[in-house]
Write a protein that binds this ligand. Structure first.
Ligand code: ITT
Length: 199
């Protein structure tokens, strides 16, 4: 089955490809492959709403079964921030590293036992049968007091999975992909497709 992974985030694309290619179910196309340059504004108030906005928009453009993801980091001591604003936290002109520094600064006085956080991934599929499909995966962990590692993307240099002293950015992609929020939401999504006999 040909599908579109509709994300503009290179880090996400790599992880989706790595996880899905192992399954050998799909022929994966990216926005680049289809020469789609249009962007859509994420005006929703939840991960689900934003994932659906993206999947619907790119399904209409591509006419291909489309998977989109809205994801982010929810930090308990910051009342769930950056949450759905993870990609634009602190302003759209900041780099991933600027955002990491911003979080470290905001949390500089927060003690180790109050630094709990989780990554959330919500996938929306449009064009797989008549229903819009959703799945959610989460990865519990904590925010480290300094940056560690250079792999991955986004907030990986300051997020350590629960029970692990090392951040996600110290891990190889396949190690991260074994435990990540994205891995979990992809697995749940695939199980829905299998249950509905779509694949
Ligand atoms: P698309 O909307 O095109 O998919 P995006 O980067 O704008 O790309 P989101 O709106 O879903 O995607 O924002 C997700 C942000 O959350 C992402 O930019 C990172 O800052 C952060 N994030 C999500 N998953 C992450 C991960 O596995 N590791 C580190 N940071 C992550």
């Amino acid at each position: 089955m040909k599908i579109l992974i509709a994300t503009t985030n290179i880090g996400k694309i790599k992880e989706f490809q790595e996880i899905l290619n192992q399954k050998k179910i799909f022929e994966i196309f990216t926005l680049n492959d289809l020469k789609i340059n249009e962007d859509v504004e994420e005006t929703g108030n939840t991960f689900e709403e934003n994932a659906q906005i993206k999947a619907t928009f790119y399904n209409q453009l591509s006419r291909m079964p489309t998977i989109s993801e809205d994801s982010g980091l929810a930090i308990d001591s910051l009342n769930g921030e950056p949450g759905i604003y993870s990609a634009r936290y602190g302003g759209v002109n900041l780099s991933d590293n600027d955002r990491v520094e911003l979080v470290l600064k905001k949390m500089s006085k927060i003690p180790i036992e109050e630094r709990s956080a989780r990554f959330i991934s919500v996938i929306c599929g449009v064009g797989f049968g008549s229903n819009t499909l959703f799945s959610r995966g989460e990865l519990e962990g904590s925010i480290s007091s300094s940056k560690q590692g250079s792999n991955g993307f986004g907030y990986d240099p300051i997020f350590s999975p629960i029970g692990d002293n090392a951040t996600l950015a110290t891990k190889e992609i396949d190690e991260k992909n074994k435990i990540s929020h994205r891995r979990k939401s992809i697995e749940i999504f695939l199980n829905k497709l299998i249950k509905d006999k779509i694949v």
